[in-house]
Design a binder for this molecule. Structure first.
Ligand SMILES: Cc1cc2nc3c(=O)[nH]c(=O)nc-3n(C[C@H](O)[C@H](O)[C@H](O)COP(=O)(O)OP(=O)(O)OC[C@H]3O[C@@H](n4cnc5c(N)ncnc54)[C@H](O)[C@@H]3O)c2cc1C
Length: 361
């Protein structure tokens, strides 16, 4: 089916939906409140399904990326607690590069900049309205009056430091985590997850807060915090979506954080947003009517995305665990060993299958 869509928000979800709908022959207008792409954010880890979605959208070509398949989970003194492994094929991309790449494939004039959403009635007539306006979605507030966010109890600080990282690592303390990883094109992506009651006030100098909180941590953390300035630090209070019964109301569909905002601890929010964009277009293109297409989108995406919200909440809870952190660390260390054994068993199996094939040939 072909039709018309107005998409509110030129972020990851909105641009992915626009790219795939335009490719399917839909007429699309994207309305973005800002004058250009958002410059917030640093590195996005993309799990394989999301990277595949990016390839399907034709937006992976020419986009610089780094491998984020493996890294280390460190103790406060810098010793390795466990090896971290995202699924094979996970890539890290700069958020700005990703947005530029998605935008570049859209026909000139598809995005109307400086166009904040006012009301559903003010939007041009369209078969479908796509709410892609992020965690504090105004479209969601208008079309899903019962939708709620809850405070995830954590504040995220992040930036890009002008120093190199050989590999990715994350360190967990009491109510604090700190991570760093290579950034595409040079430098280090870094982030700090701080339990909200430790994070200071919004107006506090973020760097002073972080240097105080992490003063006893290992040198890899100090090195990063010594190399950045306060203005280079992005600080945001994390909120997550209370699960909705449907991502669809009438002809309005929620995608991305507007549908399923989650804590960043699994690096899945942007991934799910990309997949939403493709899934929405796939469902609409295959359907005989808009209601049928939107119902198929909801059936395909709501449960998997809400599972990612739950998984992220569990990781957030684990990383904030204040009492008995040694229990948490023992669990993580055990899980890391089991994962490493499973990995080496898989490698051995793959190697023997390859040898069998070679012998057969
Ligand atoms: C610290 C941190 C680290 C993260 N790391 C990862 C990671 O490694 N991997 C990953 O997959 N995800 C990660 N995420 C999550 C990811 O950033 C989000 O899930 C993703 O940006 C959501 O994309 P979106 O397009 O739905 O929303 P947004 O990126 O918020 O885009 C929304 C767009 O809508 C526009 N808009 C808002 N309101 C209006 C309005 N009223 N009218 C018009 N336009 C409007 C905004 O200006 C913006 O352009 C992380 C998040 C945080 C906070």
């Amino acid at each position: 089916m072909r039709g018309t869509a107005v998409i509110v928000g030129a972020g990851i979800a909105g641009l992915a939906a626009a790219r795939s709908l335009v490719a399917g022959g839909w007429e699309v207008e994207v309305r973005e409140r800002h004058a250009g792409l958002s410059t917030a954010g640093t590195l996005l880890a993309l799990w394989p399904t999301a990277y595949t979605a990016l390839e399907r959208l034709g937006a992976a070509e020419g986009l610089a990326s780094v491998s984020v398949g493996s890294g280390e989970l460190l103790r406060l003194d810098g010793r390795v607690l466990a090896r971290l492994a995202l699924p094979e094929g996970s890539r890290g991309v700069a958020r700005m590069g990703l947005l530029e790449s998605l935008l570049a494939g859209l026909p000139e004039g598809t995005v109307r900049w400086d166009s904040p959403f006012g009301s559903l009635e003010d939007l041009p007539a369209a078969d479908v309205v796509v709410a892609a306006d992020g965690v504090h979605s105004a479209v969601r507030a208008a079309a899903f009056p019962g939708a709620r966010l809850r405070d995830a109890g954590v504040v995220a600080f992040r930036g890009v430091a002008p120093i190199e990282s050989a590999t990715g690592s994350e360190t967990w303390g009491r109510g604090l985590i700190f991570g760093r990883a290579p950034f595409p094109g040079g430098g280090s992506n870094w982030y700090a997850g701080v339990r909200a009651d430790l994070a200071g006030a919004r107006d506090d100098d973020p760097l002073a807060v972080l240097r105080g909180l992490y003063r006893d941590w290992h040198p890899q953390v100090h090195e990063v915090l010594a190399s950045v300035t306060s203005v280079q630090v992005d600080r945001r209070q994390i909120e997550e979506a209370v699960p909705l019964r449907s991502f669809v109301s009438g002809h309005v569909a929620l995608v991305g954080d507007a549908a399923h905002a989650m804590a960043p601890h699994l690096g899945r929010g942007g991934c799910e947003s990309l997949v939403d964009g493709l899934a929405l277009a796939d469902a609409l293109l295959a359907a005989g009517s808009v209601p049928e297409g939107l119902a198929a989108y909801d059936a395909a995406r709501r449960k998997p995305a809400q599972r990612a919200v739950t998984g992220s909440r569990i990781m957030n809870w684990l990383s904030n665990k204040q009492r008995h952190p040694w229990v948490r660390d023992a669990l993580v260390e055990g899980a890391g060993k089991i994962a490493a054994q499973a990995n080496s068993r898989r490698s051995a199996r793959d190697a023997s299958q390859t040898a069998d094939k070679q012998n057969a040939a």
